[in-house]
Design a protein. Sequence first.
Length: 300
Amino acid sequence: MMDTIPTHFEALDERFAGVAGDDVVERLHFGTRWAEGPVYFPAGRFLVWSDIPNDRMLRWDEMTGAVGPFRRPAGYVNGNTLDRQGRLVSCEQGNRRVTRTEHDGSITVIADRWRGNRLNSPNDVVVRSDGSIWFTDPPYGITSDYEGVRAEQEIDGCHVYRADPVTGRVEIVADDFERPNGLAFSPDESRLYVADTRRRHLRVFDVDADGALSGGAVLAETGDALLRPRRHADRHAAPARSRRQPGLRRAQAQPAVHRRLHLALLADAERDGSPAGVGLITPSGRAAPRARRRAPARRP
């Protein structure tokens, strides 16, 4: 059952001084333990997302507003996306793999190992226009039985990977993260943004035609102010390690449709008095408007 939550729109960029924003956001569903990885299917007009600790995926129907099960058990799925053929691509933390759901409902394993060793627990995934599948691999799904299955880490480190669309070969494209999490391409796919939740910052890479990455500078830091853009960010500078700060529990990189404001940092929890919300920054690292959530009235 859908309801609404009052919001506060705060403009940090003078270009948005006259924009009031929406008064409310629509809450499509409540009752999940940990909602993650929403992906919309335009052809079917429905939304699918993960409820990680409950090991299930749910489905919201845009026409009826009904919410029901999509898949259970689901392998403790975290991030989801669609490929160019409209097929669901998912990161199964519990099964330690990236999979694709075919149109007939069968599941194809895209990646589950690197050089013979099992992946940690794939977290978030994006598909490039050439069909290559890019994903992050922190260990959250193997450190406890809450959001996966406790197990030993077989790979030394937490990396960003690319699966080749032709050969299926899985290769590391970035290996200097502590906890890589959300990732997204710029609209023209010339840049890749990756959040590192342990270091509480967002980095930006240049993407070559062959898929190789360069750069990797810190574009923005996350903290109690929702996001802190790095001033005069140099995409080719060596990445700097940011201080750990109180504030947001997690930052996710997601692309938006505007050509100039196409990067969002999404906060998923209130902490230390800082409201949860959605913030935007420009490709240059400049803060744009953000919407913060007012605490809704408690349900009886």
